[in-house]
Design a protein. Structure first.
Length: 313
C-alpha cells in the first residue's frame, strides 16, 4: 500500500571489523539518521531541509546522497513523474567513521520504497545504496550500506557480481564505540592504504577473516577476539588517530575481546561480551581522551539485527 508520508530511521555501522577491509560490517542500535519523505504535487525530488550537519552537506538534490539515490530509484522503477519532498535529520556525526553517508542513503531509499508500497526488496535496494556511497566518498563499497540496510553482520563476498552474506551475531556480543572529535577524512584515509602487500601478510589477513567468520558462526568469543587483528590497514590508519594504542590498551585491559578502528576512523570500537563491560570501556576511553583535551561521543550497542525501520513522525 502506498503512503503520503514516511519517517525512517537507519543505523550507524562499523565497517571492516578490523581484519575485513571493505568486506565486513555490522549495524549499531545507535546513533543513526532519520529521513522524512512526503508526496507533493510538484513533480521531481526536492530536498527541502537538512538538520544536524552544520551546513557541511550539499543542498542540491543531484549532489546529496539521499536525494540522488531517491532519483535513481524512481528512474529504475519508472516513477519519475511523481513529486516528493525530503527532509534529512542527521543524528550522527559526519566524518566519524560510523557510516554517516550510508545511514542517510539507506534511510532515504528505505523511505521511498516504503512510500511507494515496497516494490523492491531490501537486497534489491543495495546497488542504489552503493551508488550513493560512491557519490559521498568517491568509492562505491557495501561494507557500511549492507549492514545499515539488512541489519546484523554482513560479509561482501563479491562486488562483481554483488554477493552479500548475512552472518550470525552471537547473542552476547556487544560493541563499545567512541568517536573522538578529530578530523580524519575518508578519502585521505583511503589514499594512505598500500596498493601492494606481501603474500605473508595476505595469508595472515585472510586467516584472521576466516577465523572471525568461524567465531561468529560458532559463538566462539575467544576465537573472535584472536581473529581481530589487521596487519594491512590498521598500522597505517592508526597514525591518523590520536591516542589509538592507548585506547586499545584501556579496552583490552578492561576485558575487550578485540579492538580496532571503525571504518576509516577516527571512531574506534571494541567487541565485548556484556553491555556492562561495553559501558565501562566506553567511559574509560572517553575519560582518557578528555584528559588529553579531546572531546568525544560514546555509544554502547548490541548488534542491530533490524536495520532501517519506520518510526512515528
Amino acid at each position: 500500500m502506498e503512503k503520503d508520508c514516511v519517517h525512517v530511521f537507519a543505523p550507524a555501522t562499523v565497517a571492516n571489523i578490523v581484519c575485513g577491509f571493505d568486506v565486513l560490517g555490522f549495524a549499531l542500535d545507535e546513533p543513526g539518521d532519520e529521513v522524512t519523505l512526503r508526496r507533493t504535487d510538484k513533480t521531481g525530488v526536492h530536498l527541502v531541509n537538512i538538520t544536524g550537519d552544520g551546513g557541511r552537506l550539499p543542498r542540491e538534490a543531484e549532489k546529496n546522497t539521499v536525494s540522488a539515490s531517491v532519483m535513481t530509484f524512481l528512474k529504475h522503477i519508472g516513477r519519475t513523474g511523481i513529486g516528493v519532498e525530503i527532509e534529512l535529520h542527521k543524528q550522527m556525526p559526519v566524518g566519524s567513521g560510523l557510516g554517516s553517508s550510508a545511514a542517510s542513503t539507506v534511510a532515504g531509499l528505505f523511505a521511498i520504497n516504503t512510500l511507494l508500497g515496497s516494490p523492491l526488496s531490501r537486497r534489491d535496494l543495495l546497488p542504489f545504496a552503493i551508488q550513493g556511497e560512491a557519490l559521498a566518498c568517491g568509492h562505491g563499497h557495501a561494507d557500511n550500506v549492507a549492514p545499515a540496510l539488512l541489519g546484523g553482520i554482513t560479509l561482501v563476498r563479491s562486488y562483481e557480481p554483488l554477493d552479500v552474506i548475512a552472518l550470525p551475531a552471537p547473542q552476547s556480543l556487544y560493541a563499545a564505540v567512541v568517536f573522538p572529535h578529530v578530523d580524519v577524512p575518508t578519502r585521505d584515509a583511503r589514499q594512505m592504504i598500500r596498493t601492494k602487500v606481501s603474500l605473508k601478510e595476505a595469508v595472515v589477513q585472510w586467516g584472521n577473516i576466516a577465523g572471525l567468520v568461524s567465531g561468529l558462526f560458532t559463538a566462539d568469543y575467544d576465537l573472535i577476539g584472536r581473529s581481530m587483528h589487521d596487519v594491512l590497514i590498521e598500522p597505517t590508519r592508526a597514525i591518523l588517530i590520536p591516542e589509538f594504542y592507548e585506547m586499545r590498551k584501556l579496552a583490552m585491559d578492561a576485558g575487550a575481546l578485540g579492538f580496532g578502528i571503525s571504518g576509516s576512523g577516527p571512531s574506534v570500537f571494541a567487541f565485548v561480551q556484556s553491555r556492562e563491560t561495553a559501558a565501562r570501556i566506553t567511559s574509560a576511553i572517553q575519560s582518557h581522551l578528555m584528559q588529553q583535551g579531546i572531546e568525544s561521543n560514546g555509544y554502547v550497542s548490541g548488534i542491530n539485527l533490524e536495520g532501517p525501520r519506520e518510526v512515528n513522525s
